[in-house]
Design a protein around this ligand. Sequence first.
Ligand SMILES: O=C(O)CCC(=O)C(=O)O
Length: 287
Amino acid sequence: MARFFSDSQLDAMARHFDLHGYLRVEHALTADQICRLDQAVDRHIQEYPDDWMELSDSFREAIDVLPHTSAFDEVLESPLMIEILRTILGDNLTFEEFAIMLRNPTANLNEIKGWHRDIVRDYERRQEIFAVSVMWYLTDVSPTDHCFCIVPESHNRLIDLNPCDVANDSGVDLIGPAGTAVLFHARAIHNARLKKNSTQRRTLQAYFSNRLDQRTNEWTSIPPRLYQKCDPTLPPYFYAKWNVTNIQDGVGKRPADIAPGLPMTEVIKEVQRRGKLQMKADGPTSA
Ligand SMILES: O=C(O)CCC(=O)C(=O)O
């Protein structure tokens, strides 16, 4: 099987990820892929308007996309990315979640989530976060565009840092051309840095974890097309969580007290709202 990286390159990438909590990979998508995927995003917006959540002025997201289209399978199964993820997570590497994210131009530069860790918002439970996220840029993210930013080492050496104590202008901005992918540890503190003259930023985002851990979310369905696949080039348990109902207690789980008929997009908004309240209740510690 063709390889994208040498062992020493993979080793260097895994060490960078381990130390800093993130890794930036340019040319993770080809120009053809970017074009195809961008068109698939347009189609999804047109055909499934009800699947999109408006989380803030800038932030629109669709999180249960895979049952409707196979257009994004090539991203999840990208051999280049799987080579890197396998080095980080080993052969127990498994897929968790996929979303399309839009960051629209806005004059309201307050970001809804603020600095946070993913999956579990409760500061006391930060040690329970193990997943790895990959964000692929479908548009150029220049210094004047809305960008993903991260506090290096906050997944590990700085694990005791409370997101509420992180100043607005802290962290590292991860800019890059379309086709760039950013991997980050879900435990690393991160945010979106909104810019007043930004163009629309389009990203695809997936989460991966260890198949032996609880599932991190119940928002992304994994359809038969994927879990019935027999592809020896994929990690052996890649879609193994398609029927796992044991969900980690956090922003990926439907709270027990929510009305059963509420659409998933509304449930997610409510879960995010509660996550924010939880973070407010936790901090700041150094004030
Ligand atoms: O839009 C961004 O860059 C931030 C994304 C984010 O906060 C997240 O993935 O949890």
